[in-house]
Design a protein around this ligand. Structure first.
Ligand code: ANZ
Length: 925
């Protein structure tokens, strides 16, 4: 029998889809829409491995399913094509990153096409194309020209802010702005010169230049994000990193903190991702409380606390090493120690400082603060667990209630006063004494729960003027400047040192050509190498570029209308496609990309360019496919390798071996010797004539030699098998090892399905005879299960349902059109190539893509009979198969009429017969 020629069939349909533009999506207001999106890849030099397409396969199945369910589907793909690896390669080789990127993108595209995805390639975008980043730059300009009105809870044009300044200054305004914004009146504003005015406006703009503490790595010549720094050195390369103030562009994401938090309630995302975002936004409700300083009437220390109710337990105050009051707050005899401490502490990254509970460190200043609740003096310390950028940078330390304060107090022998949660009883006075500033809470906070005590304590301090209620967010504004080449130029020029944005008509500001892709000797970013990097008028242009997340923060919008050069997407297309209905991608983007794009989307919503406040309605994080690495064991200081089960007799070092040299754990020793020159004369200690390798499940990575290339799998088994197999591996969200053992089963399934349509001579044998009840039941229960599973994104169970179905139909030798044709449609999202081929052979002229999902009918599935368990005096004794249509009386009669029952009744007459229809029969004797 001739076998199903998947290679030929798959190529045929891939070409057909391309030629016919089968998946091209057009706005069609009369039809319901579905927007299914994948996180687009960065085209790296290594190409795709089988782990990458896992999510793409799932979303493709869903997109194809939605089409046969009658939806107009937008399912695009593109490339996040700016980025560091191409730049680093360029630094090393001089090869322009655009060239490397283009080569990699072509390879990715080809690999993706081989898998048979239903992407609308006419909508492909690349973030590094000027026609794309023109709009990334345009968004930057809009952010620059906007401020955030906290009363209206939205972004507004900067002109409206200027108008307010001109009328009333900034004293009545409720806006998101820099901490150090000075207050000025209407006259004050009018008196300012252009430079001064611009400096003030920068403090309000949604993207702004400011001196920010950054992690600066002199050797790499760039700023690093917190997560790129470990123990004071760069994660890549291990170069020293210092904390340094630099003038950087930032995005005022903090203005949107509350909306980013609230918006999470309106979207269908995995709870852990929402929780990570909540945590990242870090809303905390508490109070600012004022501590006076003993002997320093000029200074008041404001603390932020979430637990005002514990103020009685305060035994010291700690302030951040960066706090600007430190010089003033240091007694001369402590000056030297304080300065030394401050220098050391500043160089530790925030993350280290927060997480390192064990190695607490601090320095006493010589001054004391006064506890406003009881007038006790407590020492003022500098401690690096206090962060400058959070709250007020000053903490009232309560060692009895807070673990970090406790560790610190124990370390430095500071007192610990035990306070009872929410109820402190050891104070004698009944109430606040305004003269002495003493209060007690025996009647005041006693017996309350913690939240009640906090609430009451806040009311109390507000009442007495000791402080006020305060909400803080942990989220920081995002630094937006990168000292790199391969990113979007920031559309800014400088006049008199003041930044101005380019005119929109001058966009895109195209990345200039430069001779080398690294910083200049003077330490300026690579763009400083560009000749004539100036505006037409001769003003110098910005040298920093945008970070990797800029282009990916809005790409889902561009797919809607990628060729538009008037707008980032036409109103019509945006209104129609709206929100992404299903977004599939890795969980590593939980707080980066997924937060930034929500922020930009909300901003674009505020200025009227998008119609949905949240960009992604449903999110699924696919799990990772791990690799199965193979190991050989080299006997120490020899070139002899010992087989797995004998290795304990020697002292060995394990060595990753290319999995292509290993088959079912047996090493191809000849190929191994040719693998690397140093192995040419390797010797082996075998077991039963074979060299057995060890194995381990690890991340799939080139460096671990465990990468499986989808091209190879497709070559051997076909894309349909790859698609179904990836789904079959387990639930989409789970992490799971790639294990080719099961792939044969899926491969057989595909051929078995094909064989339902052909006889042994490979002749088409589809019959038009009417289907039997049994066949209909198999079909309809399959359709039902598959539909229910796919709706809840359970793809692995759908695949096994198809397998069961095909086995059952094969056993019946079913070749009826009325059964097989609907099945082909239902299978088409999973195995689109074979489905197209059979569909065509079934006599259809157009693609199966737009067939209609077959409706399943309960009537065919419903069981007509039920096997009742019959219990007698509580013991199950026999079974009775009866029609489900019987009423209880009929069931009772039928059971009692059974031959077998007499054995159990032994002539006795039942006292009672209880029938639960469709469930059980109980006989009481
Ligand atoms: C007294 C107290 C008692 C506190 C207690 C906590 C527990 P969240 O919830 O994260 O907002 N804090 C305030 N500013 C800080 C800073 N810049 N760096 C480090 N810690 C700071 O935490 C707020 C609490 O963290 C505040 O409430 C303060 O300690 C501390 F049983 O005040 B608390």
């Amino acid at each position: 029998m001739e076998e199903y020629n998947f290679q030929e069939v798959e190529k045929k349909w891939q070409l057909y889809w391309e030629k016919e533009e089968t998946f091209k999506a057009k706005v069609n207001p009369g039809q319901k829409k579905f927007y299914g999106l994948d996180m687009f890849p960065y085209p790296s030099g290594a190409g795709l491995h089988v782990g990458h397409p896992l999510g793409y396969i799932a979303s493709d199945i869903f997109a194809r399913y939605k089409r046969i369910k009658g939806y107009n589907v937008l399912h695009p793909m593109g490339f996040d094509s700016f980025g560091l690896p191409a730049e680093q390669y360029a630094v090393l080789t001089g090869q322009h990153p655009a060239i490397t990127t283009e080569i990699n993108r072509n390879r990715y595209k080809e690999q993706l096409k081989n898998i048979g995805f239903s992407f609308d390639w006419s909508k492909e975008i690349r973030t590094s194309e000027p026609s794309y980043y023109k709009w990334t730059q345009w968004i930057f300009i809009q952010l620059f020209n906007a401020w955030y009105d906290k009363n209206a809870q939205k972004a507004r044009p900067i002109e409206t802010l200027i108008a307010i300044f001109e009328k009333t200054g900034n004293q009545t305004i409720n806006a998101a702005c820099d901490e150090d914004t000075p207050s000025f009146s209407q006259e004050g504003w009018k008196k300012m010169g252009e430079k001064e005015k611009q400096a003030i406006l920068l403090k309000y703009r949604l993207t702004y230049l400011a001196d920010t503490m950054v992690n600066w790595c002199p050797m790499l010549g760039t700023v690093l994000a917190n997560e790129e720094v470990k123990d004071g050195v760069s994660e890549r390369g291990g170069y020293p990193v210092i904390r340094k103030k630099m003038r950087q562009w930032s995005m005022r994401i903090t203005a949107y903190a509350e909306r980013l938090l609230q918006g999470l309630e309106k979207i269908n995302w995995p709870e852990p991702v929402k929780e990570m975002q909540r945590h990242w936004i870090g809303k905390s409700t508490g109070a600012e409380l004022i501590f006076k300083v003993s002997g320093k009437t000029t200074i008041e220390l404001k603390v932020f606390t979430t637990r005002v109710d514990t103020t009685f337990g305060v035994t010291y105050i700690s302030i951040a090493p960066e706090h600007e009051l430190i010089p003033e707050l240091t007694k001369p005899e402590y000056k030297e120690a304080v300065e030394k401490y401050v220098t050391e502490a500043k160089n530790r990254s925030e993350r280290d400082r927060m997480s390192d509970v064990k190695s607490v460190s601090g320095q006493f200043t010589g001054y004391y603060a006064i506890n406003p609740f009881n007038n006790e003096e407590v020492p003022i310390w500098i401690a690096d667990y206090v962060l400058a950028g959070y709250g007020t940078g000053v903490v009232m330390a309560v060692p009895s209630s807070d673990t970090r304060d406790y560790a610190f107090a124990t370390h430095y022998n500071l007192p610990i006063i035990t306070v009872q949660e929410g109820a402190q009883t050891d104070i004698t006075q009944p109430d606040f004494n305004p003269k002495k500033g003493i209060m007690c809470n025996s009647e005041f906070l006693n017996g309350l729960t913690v939240p009640e005590a906090i609430e009451k304590a806040i009311e109390f301090i507000e009442d007495k003027g000791l402080g006020k209620r305060k909400i803080n967010y942990k989220i920081r504004d995002s630094i937006f400047s990168r000292q790199r080449y391969w990113g979007e130029p920031i559309p800014v020029y400088y006049k008199d040192d003041i930044p101005y944005v380019l005119d929109e008509k001058d966009l895109p500001l195209v990345l200039p050509e430069i001779d080398e892709y690294k910083p200049t000797e003077a330490g300026d970013p690579p763009l400083a190498r560009a000749k004539n990097w100036k505006t037409k008028e001769g003003y110098p242009l910005e040298l920093n570029t945008m970070p990797g997340w800029a282009g990916s923060s809005w790409y889902y919008l561009r797919y809607m209308d990628p060729e538009n050069n008037q707008r980032l997407a036409s109103k019509e297309a945006e209104a129609y496609w709206g929100q992404v209905d299903l977004y599939i991608g890795g969980s590593e983007h939980a707080t980066g990309h997924l937060l930034y794009s929500r922020f930009w989307n909300k901003f674009l919503f505020d200025i009227g360019y998008v119609s949905c406040e949240e960009p992604f309605y449903k999110l699924i994080n696919q799990g990772m496919i791990q690799g199965r690495s193979s190991f050989v064991y080299r006997i120490k200081s020899t070139n002899t390798f010992v087989s797995y089960n004998l290795k304990n007799e020697f002292e060995t070092t394990p060595l990753h071996v290319d999995i292509n040299l290993v088959h079912t754990d047996i090493l191809n020793t000849e190929a191994f010797k040719k693998w690397r020159p140093d192995l040419a004369n390797a010797e082996f200690i075998l077991e039963e004539g074979k060299y057995i390798c060890g194995s381990e499940v690890e991340k799939m990575s080139k460096s671990l030699w465990n990468v499986v290339n989808p091209d190879d799998v497709i070559e051997k088994y076909g894309a349909d098998t790859l698609r179904m197999y990836e789904m079959f591996l387990g639930p989409l969200e789970q992490f799971k090892p790639w294990n080719t053992n099961g792939i044969d089963g899926v491969f057989k399934f595909v051929r078995k399905f094909w064989n339902l349509f052909f006889n042994e001579q490979n002749n088409w044998v589809i019959s038009t005879t009417e289907a039997t009840k049994e066949e209909l039941k198999i079909l309809h229960k399959t359709l039902k299960k598959v539909e229910e599973d796919i709706e809840r994104h359970s793809f692995n169970t759908s695949v096994s349902t198809f397998m069961i179905c095909v086995n059952e139909l094969a056993a019946l030798k079913c070749n009826k059109k009325t059964i097989l044709e609907p099945l082909v449609i239902a299978l088409s999202p999973y195995a689109p190539h074979i489905a197209e081929e059979l569909w065509q052979r079934l006599g259809h002229e157009s693609s199966i893509t737009y067939a209609q999902y077959p409706e399943w009918k309960e009537a065919y599935i419903a069981e007509s009979e039920f096997e009742y368990p019959v219990s007698i005096n509580g013991k199950m004794r026999m079974k009775a198969k009866l029609p489900l249509s019987f009423n209880p009386v009929e069931v009772e009669q039928a059971v009692l009429a059974k031959e077998e029952i007499h054995k159990w009744l032994q002539g006795q007459k039942p006292k009672k017969v209880i029938v639960v229809p469709g469930k059980i029969v109980n006989i009481v004797l």
